[in-house]
Design a protein around this ligand. Sequence first.
Ligand SMILES: C[S@@+](CC[C@H](N)C(=O)[O-])C[C@H]1O[C@@H](n2cnc3c(N)ncnc32)[C@H](O)[C@@H]1O
Length: 238
Amino acid sequence: MEGLAIFIIVLLLFFVWLCLTEFSYLPKCIHRTIYDVFASGYEKKWSSSSYQTHKANNILLESIREKVGNRPDAVVLDLACGTGRISKMIMVQPWFCGQIHAIDQSVKMLEYLQQTITTWDSVRQSRISIEIGSIEKNEFPSSDVVALMEAGEFIPSLQTVIHSIRNSLRPDGILMMTRPPSFLGIFFFGRNQTRGKLHSMLLSNGFVEVEEFAWRWRYRIVIARFSLLQPPGLTRQF
Ligand SMILES: C[S@@+](CC[C@H](N)C(=O)[O-])C[C@H]1O[C@@H](n2cnc3c(N)ncnc32)[C@H](O)[C@@H]1O
């Protein structure tokens, strides 16, 4: 009887861990299917006012505006874009006149983005492209801004993805990503999600001025500027 109780507790803890890590330690096809199944729930969550009006959105948008505002040749890469929360937020800004390339593995997630795109005028529609696929591939289009939001911790080979991002970023380009706070980061075994490890990985890949600020309870936002010219250096915390 006692043995059974322990078994059930362990099973429950395992399930909690699976949920916390969004089933990302399971085989890829299962992980992808989970996102397909829960796509409508995610779309609802991301459309909620607490996401839409969060003050961190302004910090993100300000960094993007500073970098690519009013530049028709600007390219933003939205990696693991989900239903396109970030792409949509950028695309409606009056100062943004560049291109967005959004990639996700989940067809259902992308269907929601596609639905929104069809409500835009044809000029705006022509400025966004969607790709179904893994961001663990090796090459991305050349870009000025890369967003990797709420996804880095679910990727087994983040180091490879960061390396591909650095190869795609134009000099002085920016990467904006999230990482779980350290008390959650420790559950992502082997994925370099603690502050120190993630920052070292970024610095060793040629990023400079790595900044961090609080976002939702599950995440901190990291903004890192890429420089081909300067040696790795400064890291700041807010
Ligand atoms: C929690 S959602 C975040 C979506 C979006 N970035 C946002 O912040 O609104 C995580 C997304 O990562 C995607 N994803 C996870 N691993 C991926 C991979 N290897 N390649 C492409 N997309 C991936 C999932 O399909 C899912 O849409």
